[in-house]
Design a binder for this molecule. Structure first.
Ligand SMILES: [Zn+2]
Ligand SMILES: [Zn+2]
Length: 145
């Protein structure tokens, strides 16, 4: 949370509860509802709206990233650019490393100017494929998960 020290992030008890969740979280990707439910245990005065505000303030401060997926906003503390792969079978979200520079120059070389880049990919994850939920011959070998 060193980014917060450099940013103008106003600390309130409610925000502190959110920061606490984010710094201890092991989920990787989480929704405001999940943060709210957990933060409420330590800080009963917190509301869902305060939770959202705190999460967006943290994103502005560079401590979080967010992306939209099927009308849900997901947050994550992994700031480094990557693709988020959501499994349609188990609902798990995987981080997949992507060469941001290569992708940017590819898009720029086509004459486009990038403002925002979010990579959301959906499909079936390797675990579900192994379980045979779906029998598909998909090559995921080029991905580093
Ligand atoms: Zn899966
Ligand atoms: Zn991610």
């Amino acid at each position: 949370m060193t980014a917060l020290k450099n940013a103008k992030f106003k600390i309130t008890p409610q925000r502190l509860a959110v920061v606490d969740f984010v710094s201890k979280n092991t989920l990787g990707h989480f929704t405001a509802e999940q943060v709210f439910k957990s933060a409420k245990e330590n800080e009963p005065t917190i509301t869902l709206a305060t939770t959202y505000n705190a999460l967006y303030a943290l994103e502005k401060a560079g401590a979080l990233r967010s992306f939209e997926l099927k009308n849900t906003t997901w947050f994550e503390s992994r700031i480094k650019f990557h693709a988020n792969f959501i499994c349609n079978e188990c609902g798990k979200i995987y981080d997949i490393d992507v060469d941001e520079k290569k992708l940017r120059s590819l898009i720029n070389s086509k004459g486009f100017d990038i403002e925002n880049m979010d990579l959301i990919i959906s499909g079936t994850c390797k675990n579900c494929l192994k379980l045979g939920t779906k029998v598909k011959a998909i090559q995921h070998d080029s991905f580093t998960v």
